[in-house]
Design a protein around this ligand. Structure first.
Ligand SMILES: [Zn+2]
Length: 317
């Protein structure tokens, strides 16, 4: 069974085959909140979304509204951005950037390869930015890459969108009087995730290893897993204090308390799903048992539904 066959796939038919191994390697379309699929939904949202600007500390702000959260460091060296959102948001992102300061964009750092964080790379590069990322971000953007969980195959990104400064483990730079440290996670949400620390202001962007207050997507097609997500979250918690500002990939800017709650949610649901799977329950039986129930009211209100998140965890335990 190929996921391309899923658009007209009825729930009844799914349940009939859900016990077979082939049905659990990825999440079928019926688990999505929106029938048109996650990628078109994200792009359509970004096409009209208002970009909200939140000043954090010193000369650092966050722009919310186009795919992943975009961090901006302003100053005399020029603007440094973390992630570039969706290209359809360019006019509104430009407007938000210009309202912060008049310097050009000169640096772009990517937290990972996903399109909701890199689709704007091409125009940001054309505006003058050098792009830095993990070597696997360059790898996935350079070739056609399929994400089963999104039922979507991405063509190679345009040449201008490809990072030209890449690293394996760590990378450091100085910009606008701020020490910036990038660090690769072991595979978590993907195999290309990095954290970005702004040292003096005590701010960290953890990319999609944290979705604040919402169930996260986990991309098994490019190396992600539930256990990797939990390990990355533990690593994030060790790296911060109660004073650290934590920028998640999605959801509002938060702190250690919020990230701790996220870790507890991941661990609890992982254990619930693993217990059901060990009992021999199929994916559909596991979804029906509602192993996420206590968290659904808070965490199940975005793109990743309780059923879809259950399927993502089920794939990895
Ligand atoms: Zn992502």
């Amino acid at each position: 069974m190929n996921s391309l066959e899923f658009p007209n796939f009825s729930r009844r038919k799914f349940i009939a085959v859900a016990g077979s191994a082939a049905a659990v390697a990825f999440a079928p379309r019926f688990l999505f909140a929106d029938k048109k699929g996650i990628v078109p939904t994200m792009i359509d949202d970004a096409a009209t979304a208002t970009i909200k600007t939140y000043p954090l500390r010193r000369n650092i702000s966050v722009l919310e509204g186009s795919g992943g959260n975009i961090a901006v460091l302003t100053g005399k060296d020029g603007k440094l951005l973390i992630d570039s959102g969706f290209a359809v948001s360019k006019p509104r992102i430009m407007e938000a950037l210009n309202s912060l300061s008049s310097e050009p964009i000169v640096q772009l750092l990517n937290t990972h390869w996903h399109t909701d964080h890199t689709d704007g790379n091409d125009w940001v590069h054309a505006a003058g930015a050098k792009i830095t990322a993990h070597v696997n971000t360059k790898k996935h953007l350079s070739t056609s890459t399929r994400v089963e969980g999104w039922d979507w195959t991405f063509p190679p990104a345009p040449a201008g969108a490809i990072p030209t400064v890449v690293f394996d483990d760590e990378h450091q730079l100085q910009h606008n009087g701020t020490n910036i440290r990038m660090k690769h996670y072991d595979p978590a949400h993907t195999d290309s995730d990095v954290s970005v620390v702004f040292e003096e202001p005590d701010i960290i962007h953890v990319g999609d290893t944290w979705w604040n207050g919402i169930y996260p997507f986990i991309d098994y097609s490019t190396g992600g897993s539930i256990d990797g997500m939990i390990r990355a979250t533990e690593q994030n918690l060790r790296a911060i204090t109660d004073k650290t500002i934590v920028i998640p990939g999605h959801g509002p800017v938060g702190n250690k308390a919020g990230l701790t709650e996220f870790r507890d949610m991941l661990v609890t649901i992982r254990n619930n799903v693993a217990t059901l799977k060990k009992q021999g329950k199929s994916l559909s039986e596991t979804v029906a048992a509602m192993p996420t129930a206590v968290y659904d009211e808070k965490y199940g209100q975005f793109l990743i539904t309780p059923a879809f998140f259950t399927a993502l965890v089920y794939s990895g335990v």
